[in-house]
Design a protein around this ligand. Structure first.
Ligand code: ZN
Ligand code: ZN
Length: 264
């Protein structure tokens, strides 16, 4: 186990938030609940990616001091026993106590006894050279997605032509003259620069065949651009986003925003 503690972020197709939601994984056979960061989906053609969280951070129950509308005598979120039912009402007062799992804000990456990745919640980060990113990347309707690095020049797609270059994609191949999205010069992307901690899969359709894509949890290096992109029908939403961790902020932008604002 490396004992560096990293900041944790969640990225949902262009929108960045601090920390990652901790869910409860129910192990039916063993009858135990495990706090974990979970990506992907369960079911046919789908796959969940699960990273258990040791010592998950606890925060005060959000229902504290509120009148809770419930048929139970305990808070469903934290299990605290509620006050008496109020006269003529179905609400019970939540005492000023009880804790729930908070978000995972800082974590070390370790291993379970079986050698699978596990997070250990920490009070603060001890390094800014990497961050942990939970990529809950969407897919377009009947489409897919991909996780890559930054733009990395272009290459001609015409069979037998080996032309390639840096920078913007030329309209026609300077070597063979091919044009268009099928035959002509095509944008290239660098490999996804992150170290994958776990992968999950989301899909559409009962058997998961209508469309599908990946979600990942990864350790991302500082100052290296990465990208999420989506295919299928997007109903006017951008088809990709670029990100970079600059050591204090995780920036996100479309290509046009990046070019217009000279962000990164
Ligand atoms: Zn509660
Ligand atoms: Zn060519």
């Amino acid at each position: 186990m490396n004992n560096k503690a990293y900041r944790v972020f969640t990225i949902e197709s262009g929108s960045v938030s601090e920390g990652a939601a901790i869910s409860t994984l129910h192990l039916k056979g063993a009858g135990i609940d495990i706090p974990a960061v979970i990506i992907g989906e369960e079911g046919r053609g789908r796959e969940r990616g699960v990273v258990p969280v040791g010592n998950p951070p606890m925060v005060p129950c959000p229902e504290r001091n509120k009148d809770v509308w419930t048929s139970s005598d305990k808070c469903e979120k934290c299990g605290t026993v509620l006050g008496e039912k109020k006269e003529g009402s179905y609400t019970r007062n939540h005492p000023d106590q009880g804790q729930v799992q908070g978000r995972l804000m800082f974590a070390e990456v370790g291993q379970t006894k079986a050698g699978k990745p596990k997070f250990f919640s920490k009070e603060k980060a001890t390094t800014d050279d990497h961050i942990i990113v939970v990529l809950r990347t969407k897919i377009g309707f009947r489409g897919g997605n991909s996780h890559t690095g930054d733009r990395a020049g272009w290459k001609c797609s015409k069979y037998g032509c080996d032309a390639s270059g840096e920078g913007a994609v030329p309209e026609a191949c300077p070597k063979c003259g091919a044009t268009g999205s099928w035959d002509g010069p095509k944008l290239l992307f660098a490999e996804f620069p992150g170290k994958i901690i776990t992968r999950g899969r989301i899909a559409q359709g009962a058997a998961g065949r209508a469309g599908g894509g990946e979600q990942v949890i990864a350790l991302m290096p500082k100052d290296v651009v990465f990208r999420t992109s989506y295919s299928g029908r997007l109903y006017g939403a951008p088809s990709s986003h670029y990100y970079v961790w600059d050591g204090s902020k995780l920036l996100a932008a479309t290509w046009d925003e990046r070019a217009a604002a000279d962000l990164f």
